[in-house]
Design a protein around this ligand. Structure first.
Ligand SMILES: *[C@@H]1O[C@H](CO)[C@@H](O)[C@H](O)[C@H]1NC(C)=O
Ligand SMILES: *[C@@H]1O[C@H](CO)[C@@H](O)[C@H](O)[C@H]1NC(C)=O
Ligand SMILES: *[C@@H]1O[C@H](CO)[C@@H](O)[C@H](O)[C@H]1NC(C)=O
Ligand SMILES: *[C@@H]1O[C@H](CO)[C@@H](O)[C@H](O)[C@H]1NC(C)=O
Ligand SMILES: *[C@@H]1O[C@H](CO)[C@@H](O)[C@H](O)[C@H]1NC(C)=O
Ligand SMILES: *[C@@H]1O[C@H](CO)[C@@H](O)[C@H](O)[C@H]1NC(C)=O
Ligand SMILES: *[C@@H]1O[C@H](CO)[C@@H](O)[C@H](O)[C@H]1NC(C)=O
Ligand SMILES: *[C@@H]1O[C@H](CO)[C@@H](O)[C@H](O)[C@H]1NC(C)=O
Ligand SMILES: *[C@@H]1O[C@H](CO)[C@@H](O)[C@H](O)[C@H]1NC(C)=O
Ligand SMILES: *[C@@H]1O[C@H](CO)[C@@H](O)[C@H](O)[C@H]1NC(C)=O
Length: 836
């Protein structure tokens, strides 16, 4: 009799340290009051597979570890039916269970779950389906849900992938959580434990595929040594049913293979790719396929040889077809050298222009992977019209869990509500309901394949994404890809219970701040579809609205002295709105019928244009920025109410980030308001913009060894001026007398935290030390912002509840380090309840 006792794959519950490594799969002990008094579990686990690589086998181990962690019961685990005749939690494929017959009601990867006291049956149509069922069962008991169940769960779409943008040198494009877990020093590391752990998280939310390297791909991935390394990655993920795919560099036959061409119709090129593909499949027989970024942002592609994008995609499709592989071909093809003087030019139109004419020309194992909006992962975009323009082509939607334009995991932004606006966007193709989610799942146009690709740049940090709270995005992504008809808040609540437990106070706070986070972020960054007003030429993080216009990238706002917004109408603008099916096109063609939240995406209006709310556009900009920043101030306060309800490690890490976000939201608010005030000349009707009665500018303080400096863009410093030490080997002081009424205040200090040094600061009140800190956000947030004084590096610390007498003296000392000349912007002395 082969019985395994307590062979726990990842004994989550054993470690008391909550460093995030187990994500939502902590299997933390369920408090007694959440367990049914007469809980009756089956006597054993029966996982019907003796193949240690099979997800069914994994399911058995996972059930054993989970039940041990959650309920402190060690159930024996068997793999052959005759080994145990008592009651069981049975997990198997339908084929194994019914003697070879699949169940008619189950789709591929679907599962059946039957729960009764003392009897649990989990059947998967595929091996991984059985594992999904086991994770569903475990998620229920981890959340204290022990009720009977009888359900069939089928995925809405067959493709539920994630994309990593990992480079072979170990760096990650748009990664904010340390180095790559897949690559190091241009090779695949020996220890792939983190890769297995990642596969476990992915499987638990129904993800069945992962592309492990950056879409800006390195041809060297295809050397024999690296193919073997990829094989080891696939081996590490296979027990979880996660198949790997890779991104290809279109020019590889030339750059790696030494051929004179990479023309997709050239015989030598075809045979080069066929040979590489066969080698890959020899090592990885279940490889999912390829992802291709071609003719985009400098990447090579078929257009170089006057071949179509379909010719390019089909080249790979033919190579993987005999192996059952698929090709995800990115629709992110656009010209990044368009002329801003041309009022008809519009990057948003390019995807349809490139792909519409190719509909029907792609082989049936090609899936065109389309970013959710026509530009690039912005805070508010309409759904890409391409979803409605290529009905004969398989499509997948590309979402971004990585918060590239959305606060880079240093801001809390729960994204599922944003995705919901896109997935439920009704394109009205042929005047019929045509939700984006039904298009990509293949339901609307009867396509065989399709689904979801989420960009998830996990790194070596134990939190995976750099921030504990950001993991709700990954969790919700997987659950939505499985079933897009779920409520974002309900998914968030599941995640919260699994991650932090079921305390109603914790659940309430995490729900409240997460659900407010996207609307708040939209409020303090960019409103009405004008996009995230970030620095598009540098790190895509802090404010820099001017960077959007007057360059070839086409993320234009067309803001000038009179008005703002891209006229994308057919009648007077770029014609983009005409790319939607008639009903939708008509709606966006006119200002009256365009919803306010997309007004500036589709129309150029004067700042004085009056909205449906009765407010002018510019006043809404001011109001929204103030409201959004004010909302962000409530996040750390709400979180603080959870002290002692959450382990210290996660409590402190999240608190630090939320405080940082509250400070940076003020930087955003002031920069954007100042920028449009300056541009339009229209004051804020409530008088807030540019007037800060509780601030003392550093340039107005008594300075020793400090000098005035400009910042770029100017609006990212209060009063457009900051101060820095006179040299990088010195220290200095800024001193001021506080002429405020005696009382209790929060004192904030706004400064700049750069890459390339860790300056040291101290703040004193009447010579008594209030706070000491270093310019080391790059370590604390694990995120490199900027080498300059700008909207990325601008930040704030707050000292709470300081008792101040009129005439007290506040002094800040700064000590330079490296390039960081202890920059200071201003201090604010805020009465209780005042946000400024
Ligand atoms: C074990 O299961 C894995 C995953 O399904 C499969 O790839 C492999 O072929 C199986 N091995 C055997 C010997 O059946
Ligand atoms: C778990 O169960 C064991 C054996 O029944 C018991 O000794 C131990 O105290 C339990 N642990 C917890 C945390 O309840
Ligand atoms: C990186 O790889 C190169 C080539 O194999 C080797 O010479 C070098 O020592 C490696 N560097 C590190 C830091 O491992
Ligand atoms: C592609 O076509 C254009 C015009 O149609 C022609 O000028 C150019 O030489 C062609 N390029 C190649 C590589 O065939
Ligand atoms: C994870 O990132 C945090 C900063 O966000 C850092 O303090 C910590 O050291 C990192 N841990 C690991 C294991 O990389
Ligand atoms: C917008 O402002 C310009 C300049 O003040 C003015 O000429 C134009 O009539 C205004 N347009 C509308 C629709 O109010
Ligand atoms: C966003 O701004 C609007 C307009 O000022 C306001 O009504 C709304 O409450 C704000 N929402 C959040 C979450 O900040
Ligand atoms: C206003 O904008 C101009 C042009 O960008 C800039 O030079 C100036 O510094 C700005 N002034 C203020 C007060 O923001
Ligand atoms: C703004 O900065 C200028 C110098 O650049 C200074 O003269 C002025 O006093 C400052 N304003 C305030 C309100 O501190
Ligand atoms: C310090 O400043 C000098 C010149 O001002 C510069 O050459 C040097 O590189 C700086 N040192 C560091 C560590 O930044």
């Amino acid at each position: 009799m082969r019985v395994s006792w307590g062979l726990l794959a990842f004994p989550a519950a054993a470690s008391a340290i909550e460093n995030g490594i187990n994500g939502w799969l902590r299997y933390a002990p369920l408090p007694n009051n959440e367990r049914p008094p007469n809980l009756r579990l089956p006597g054993a686990i029966m996982a019907l597979s003796t193949n240690k690589t099979s997800p069914v086998y994994t399911a058995g181990q996972e059930l054993q570890a989970g039940i041990k962690g959650i309920l402190n019961q060690t159930l024996p685990l068997y793999h052959e039916p005759d080994e145990w005749l008592g009651s069981t939690i049975l997990v198997a494929t339908t084929g194994e269970f019914h003697g070879g017959k699949p169940a008619a009601t189950l789709a591929d990867d679907g599962y059946l779950l039957h729960v009764r006291p003392g009897n649990v049956v989990i059947l998967g149509q595929t091996e991984r389906g059985a594992l999904y069922g086991a994770f569903d069962y475990l998620s229920r008991i981890a959340q204290g849900r022990f009720s009977d169940a009888d359900l069939i769960a089928n995925p809405d779409a067959p493709i539920r992938w994630v994309n990593q943008w990992d480079n072979m040198d170990g760096s990650i494009e748009r990664g904010y959580a340390g180095a790559s877990i897949f690559f190091r020093n241009n090779t695949i590391p020996k220890d792939l434990n983190r890769v297995s752990q990642y596969a476990r998280l992915l499987a638990s939310i129904g993800i069945n595929g992962i592309v492990v390297n950056n879409v800006n791909a390195n041809a060297n991935l295809l050397t024999d040594a690296n193919i073997d390394g990829l094989g080891r990655i696939a081996d590490a993920m296979r027990p979880y049913g996660v198949q790997i795919g890779i991104s290809l560099n279109f020019a590889s036959p030339q750059t790696l293979g030494g051929l004179s061409t990479f023309d997709p119709l050239d015989r030598s090129v075809i045979s080069w790719w066929t040979d590489k593909t066969n080698r890959l499949y020899r090592r990885i027989p279940d490889m999912a396929g390829y992802l291709v970024k071609a003719n985009s942002e400098g990447q090579a592609g078929p257009l170089t040889y006057n071949r179509t994008l379909a010719d390019g995609a089909n080249l790979f499709a033919k190579a993987v077809q005999p192996h059952g592989g698929i090709v995800m071909f990115r629709a992110f093809v656009y010209d990044n050298h368009i002329n801003p003087a041309d009022l008809k030019a519009d990057r948003a139109k390019h995807a349809v222009e490139f792909f519409k004419g190719l509909d029907g020309q792609f082989l049936d194992n090609v899936v065109v992977q389309i970013k959710y909006g026509p530009i690039d992962f912005q805070v508010r975009e309409p759904a890409s019209p391409l979803f409605a323009n290529i009905p004969q082509t398989n499509t997948a939607i590309e979402l971004q869990i990585t918060q590239e334009y959305l606060g880079q995991q240093s801001h809390l932004v729960y994204l599922a509500p944003l995705w919901e606006t896109i997935l439920n966007f009704d394109l009205r193709a042929d005047d019929q309901p045509s939700l984006v989610r039904d298009v990509v799942a293949g339901h609307r146009f009867s396509n065989k394949r399709g689904g979801y690709a989420g960009v998830v740049n996990v790194g070596t940090n134990t939190t995976w994404l750099g921030s504990h709270l950001a993991m709700s995005n990954l969790y919700a992504y997987g659950r939505l890809a499985w079933n897009p008809n779920q409520d974002p808040q309900a998914l968030l609540e599941d995640w919260t219970r699994l991650t932090f437990g079921s305390d109603p106070l914790v659940l309430g706070v995490v729900t409240e701040i997460s659900m407010a986070s996207w609307p708040a972020y939209e409020n303090y960054t960019g409103n009405f579809g004008i996009q995230t007003l970030t620095d598009i030429l540098y790190t895509h993080y802090g404010p820099n609205p001017a960077s959007q216009d007057n360059n070839g990238w086409g993320q234009w706002t067309r803001a000038d002295h009179n008005g703002i917004g891209m006229d994308r109408t057919v009648s007077t603008g770029t014609g983009f709105s005409g790319q939607y099916p008639a009903e939708v096109a008509e709606k966006f063609e006119s200002i009256e019928t365009t919803p306010d939240d997309l007004l500036l995406w589709f129309h150029h209006v004067n700042y004085t244009h009056v909205l449906k709310s009765g407010k002018s556009v510019i006043q809404h900009f001011y109001d929204a920025h103030y409201a959004g920043a004010e909302t962000a101030q409530t996040f750390p306060i709400a979180w603080e109410s959870l002290r002692n309800k959450i382990d210290t490690e996660r409590f402190n890490d999240v608190l630090f980030r939320l405080r940082y976000q509250a400070g940076h939201s003020i930087v955003w608010r002031d920069s954007i308001c100042q920028f449009y005030y300056n541009l339009s000349g229209i004051p804020d009707s409530t008088g807030r913009v540019g007037k800060h009665e509780y601030r003392i500018e550093a340039e107005a303080m008594a300075l020793k060894n400090y000098k005035l400096t400009g910042v770029n863009p100017v609006e990212t410093a209060s009063n457009l001026t900051a101060v820095v030490l006179v040299s990088n080997h010195t220290s200095g002081e800024a001193t001021t007398k506080l002429n405020f009424d005696s009382g209790k205040y929060d004192v904030t200090i706004n400064y700049f935290d750069l890459i390339g040094g860790k300056a040291h600061y101290k703040a004193f009140l009447n010579g008594k030390l209030l706070l000491e800190w270093a310019g080391d956000l790059e370590d604390k947030l694990g995120h490199t912002f900027s080498t300059k004084l700008d909207g990325h590096s601008a930040t704030r610390v707050t000292i709470r509840d300081v008792q101040i007498q009129k005439g007290d003296v506040l002094k800040i000392t700064g000590v330079a380090d490296g390039n960081e000349l202890a920059p200071l912007d201003y201090i604010a002395v805020l009465p209780q309840g005042v946000v400024d």
